[in-house]
Design a protein around this ligand. Sequence first.
Ligand code: G3P
Length: 218
Amino acid sequence: MKFFLDTANIDEIRNAAEYGLIDGVTTNPSLVSKEGRDFKEILLEITKIVDGPISAEVVSIDAAGILREAYDLAKLHQNIVIKIPMIKEGMKALKQLSKDGVRTNVTLVFNANQALVAAKLGATYVSPFVGRFDDISEVGMDLIGDLVQIFDNYKFQTQVLVASIRNPIHVKEAALLGAHVATMPFKVLEQLLQHPLTDIGLARFLKDWEKVPKSTRR
Ligand code: G3P
């Protein structure tokens, strides 16, 4: 499973890139708004840190506007993937972008039929939002298994990119279900590495090492 970082924050991306675990980055208008910086400038900076797909979202809601923004963003760098909302006009634009070989990520996907439509129109990724289901007392992860199975049934090339990840359990469940990508906040990426018993165990090893005669240590 690929790991993408869900952020527009350069410090977080630099930090995460040091682990060598980051296969790509996803941004959205809300994440970009937190940075108070020029969108394209942020994207270009990300391309210098991460050599992988970087999702940049359009904000137009008509097909012509979406296409205009998409071509403008796509020409910034070969790794830019155009993020399009799962709306009718977005799907019109998606068909054209697929024809033109522009990579896409269909976002705000909340059911299997939306994902099926996006896959039929040639989306590179679909982004089901698991956390937002959990927020309204529904199990977001239920959708992931369905999407993986549907794409596999028909051998779609479209990848299931699990988005709106809020905790490490989401990552584990996405992996168990065979999702292709999990995009997660920096905090969750760090949580994947942690276990209190690891820390306790290491502290004990280091303490015991002190008892080994200094002259015999490496
Ligand atoms: O990038 C889309 C998605 O990951 C947003 O997550 O936490 O705002 O639901 P969240």
